[in-house]
Design a protein around this ligand. Structure first.
Ligand code: NAD
Ligand code: COI
Length: 332
C-alpha cells in the first residue's frame, strides 16, 4: 500500500512513521498542502491523506482519477472546502475523521468564552502600560448568563457538558434534536429565539450554502445588547463587515473568532513584520473586545494523534477490504 500525505507538520510525523512501521505501508510525507503546484506528486500512489481548509478543486479530482488514486482520506472534520460533485464524477471516494476530539474544540470554546466574559484582553492591554486599575471593566458571571449553543452535534454537546459544569443556563438550536438534550428542555424553536434570549452565542454547525453569513445585520439586530459571539466553527457563518458595525454600535459586546471568512492567506502562515492586506481582519484584530486565534481550537496532541491514525486506518480499510469507514463520498 502506497500513500501520500499532504500538509504534514513536524508534530504529526511521529504518528505517521509509527503507523507506517506497524502496518508495513509506504507513506510519502509532503509538508505543503495539496495544490496546483504539487498535485502531480500523487502519481504512483494508491491513496491520499489530506488536511486543509483550502479548496479541493475539480481539477484535483480529475488528476486523481488519471493517476489511479483509489481513496482520499482527509484527517479533519470539515468538508465545506471540497468539490464533492467533482469527487463523485471522478469516482474518488472520500472519508474524514468526524470525532478526533470534540473536547479539544469544546475546551478551547470555553477558554474563549471565559476570556471574553472576564475582559482578559482589555486587562492585558491595560497592564501592558502599568494600568492595574479594576474600573470600569467589571464582569458578569457565567453562572448568571444564558449561553446559546447553535449546533448540538459532537462539539456542541461537548461544549454543553462543560457549560453545565460552570453552572451556565444553556439554550440550544439544531434542526435535529438530540434526545437527551430534548428531555432536558434545552432546545429553542429557532435561531431568532436564541438571538432574543442569549447573552453569549457559540456556533458549532458546519458551513453550508444555506448558512452563509447566518450572523448578519438582521441577526445581530435581534440579539441582546452586549451579546458575545464565539465562532470556532467556520468563518463564513459570520458577515465580518456586519460584525464590525455591530461592535461599533455596542450591540455586540465582544467576539472570539477562531475562524474567519478570509482566513486562508493569514492563518497558519508566519507573517512576522509584514503588513496584512485585509482591512476587515485588521479592524477586528485591533479591538480589545475581539479575540482572534488562527484556527487552533483543534490543535492538541490528543486530537492530532487521532486525526493521523484514524485517517490512515480509513484509507487502509478501504484499500485492503473495500470498506468505507467515516464515508463523506461513497462510490457505488
Ligand atoms: P457534527 O456533525 O457532529 O454536528 C454539527 C451539528 O450542526 C449537527 O447536529 C447539525 O444538525 C447541526 N446543524 C447543521 N446546520 C445547522 C444550522 N443551520 N443551525 C443549527 N445547527 C445546525 O459536527 P461537529 O463535530 O460538532 O463539528 C461542527 C463544526 O466545527 C465542523 O463542521 C467544523 O466546521 C468545525 N470545526 C472547527 C474546528 C476548529 O479547529 N476550529 C475543528 C473541528 C471542527
Ligand atoms: C476541522 O477538522 O474541520 C478543522 O477545522 C481543523 C482544521 C485543521 C482543518
Amino acid at each position: 500500500m502506497k500513500l501520500i500525505a499532504f500538509g504534514v507538520r513536524k508534530d504529526e510525523e511521529p504518528y505517521f512513521k509509527n503507523w507506517e512501521q506497524e502496518n508495513g505501508a509506504e507513506i510519502k510525507l509532503v509538508p505543503d498542502l495539496l495544490s496546483e503546484k504539487n498535485i502531480d506528486l500523487i502519481k504512483g500512489y494508491d491513496g491520499i491523506i489530506g488536511l486543509q481548509t483550502t479548496p479541493y478543486k475539480r481539477e484535483y479530482f480529475e488528476k486523481m482519477k488519471d493517476a489511479g488514486i483509489k481513496i482520499l482520506s482527509i484527517r479533519n472534520i470539515g468538508i465545506d472546502n471540497i468539490d464533492l460533485d467533482a469527487a463523485k464524477d471522478n469516482l474518488i471516494p472520500i472519508t474524514n475523521v468526524p470525532a478526533y476530539s470534540p473536547s479539544a474544540i469544546a475546551e478551547f470554546t470555553i477558554t474563549q468564552i471565559m476570556q471574553l466574559v472576564r475582559h482578559i484582553k482589555i486587562f492585558d492591554e491595560k497592564m501592558s502600560h502599568q494600568d492595574y486599575r479594576w474600573e470600569p471593566n467589571i464582569s458578569r458571571q457565567i453562572n448568571q448568563m444564558t449561553v446559546g449553543v447553535a449546533g448540538t452535534g459532537r462539539i456542541g454537546r461537548a461544549v454543553i457538558n462543560l457549560l453545565d459544569g460552570l453552572g451556565a443556563k444553556v439554550i440550544a438550536f439544531d434542526p435535529y434534536h438530540n434526545p437527551e438534550l430534548e428531555k432536558r428542555g434545552m432546545y429553542v424553536d429557532s435561531m431568532e429565539e436564541m438571538y432574543r434570549k442569549a447573552d453569549v452565542i457559540t456556533l458549532h454547525m458546519p458551513a453550508t450554502k444555506d448558512n452563509y453569513h447566518l450572523l448578519d445585520n438582521t441577526a445581530f439586530s435581534q440579539m441582546k445588547d452586549g451579546v458575545m459571539i464565539i465562532n470556532t466553527a467556520r468563518g463564513t457563518l459570520i458577515d465580518s463587515e456586519d460584525l464590525i458595525k455591530a461592535l461599533d454600535s455596542g450591540k455586540v459586546g465582544g467576539a472570539a473568532l477562531d475562524t474567519y471568512e478570509h482566513e486562508l492567506p493569514i492563518f497558519d502562515h508566519d507573517l512576522t513584520g509584514q503588513k496584512i492586506d485585509d482591512p476587515i481582519f485588521n479592524n477586528l484584530n485591533e479591538r480589545n473586545n475581539v479575540l482572534i486565534t488562527p484556527h487552533i481550537a483543534f490543535y492538541t496532541t490528543e486530537a492530532v494523534k487521532n486525526m493521523v491514525e484514524v485517517a490512515l486506518n480509513c484509507a487502509a480499510t478501504y484499500l485492503n477490504d473495500g470498506k468505507m469507514t467515516n464515508p463523506v463520498v461513497e462510490i457505488d
